[in-house]
Design a binder for this molecule. Sequence first.
Ligand code: 13P
Ligand code: SF4
Length: 327
Amino acid sequence: MMNINKSVDNFNEIDKTQIIKEIKQLKKSKNAIILAHFYVDGDIQDVADFVGDSLALAFQAQKTDADIILFAGVHFMAETAKILSPDKKVLMPDLQAGCPLADSLTAMQLLELKKKHPDHFVVSYVNTTAEVKALSDIICTSSNAVDIVNSLPEDVKVIFGPDKNLGYYVKSMSHKKDMIIWDGACPVHLNFSYEKLHDLKKKYPDAIVLAHPECDKKILVKADYIGSTSKIIKWTQELDAQRFIIATEPGVIHQMKKLNPNKEYIPLPRKDGKESICVNMKKHNLEKVYLALKNEQPEVTLDKELIEKAYRPIRRMLDISEQLGLK
Ligand code: 13P
Ligand code: SF4
């Protein structure tokens, strides 16, 4: 066992390979698995048992027989894992890894909206708190949002939140035109520069533009393909092109390079020329993963009643996704 005290700073001197070895041993001895989102640091993706988008991670959380799930993602994702696996211990390397988009719609705000529109069906993006999920009729992710909305009867009116860009994208792609869309957005996807995209397209006319639906409409109309993180990664492998402009958090490029190192992946920058990073996803690191597994904390806990209420709309989404073969 390594001689590690609790201060994360001390890890700088410790050999990464040793930490990875310790993490693997802890996973085995504690029957733990690591689920990681594509936006976390590549080192964590490499030590994870499963790396995926929000929908795939939810399915994994539901089906695992591990005793402990270490969730390397943002808070709402770990909450979803806890809701789907309430008897398991769900840990996060850093509990402060939140999602500003999820926080942009509170349970109180949704309650008020529901009161104003009592005949509307609430479709909530998975990027929401457990409290908001508990007030929703169905959940969707970026990967299944259009199909979920299309699965609703034609006369059903919809409240969609909290991401307005995904909302307007869904509205344009589905048969549902009667939608009240909440005014929330993801700062990471909102910050992409339209001018820089224009310049890059001019410089590399052969490049394929792949965008996440959380991007602003100005970016989406210039994209060749729009989809979830896993779809974006898949397209870089399947399409017969050598160069891609990536309009989502650049953590996805880690998997792209692993799957096909010979292609070129250009992260779309922000207006200031810097990469648009999700600072919350980057709060996790290998040292925190090690400590969380060793100390079995910080743990994600939720009230039993809240779990039961939030479970129903997630279950509905998973059932429809299964029926449609969207896993
Ligand atoms: P995906 O479900 O496409 O992985 O997206 C999650 C997310 O938070 C995007 O910002
Ligand atoms: Fe939330 Fe945006 Fe980070 Fe996704 S990229 S987790 S929506 S802040």
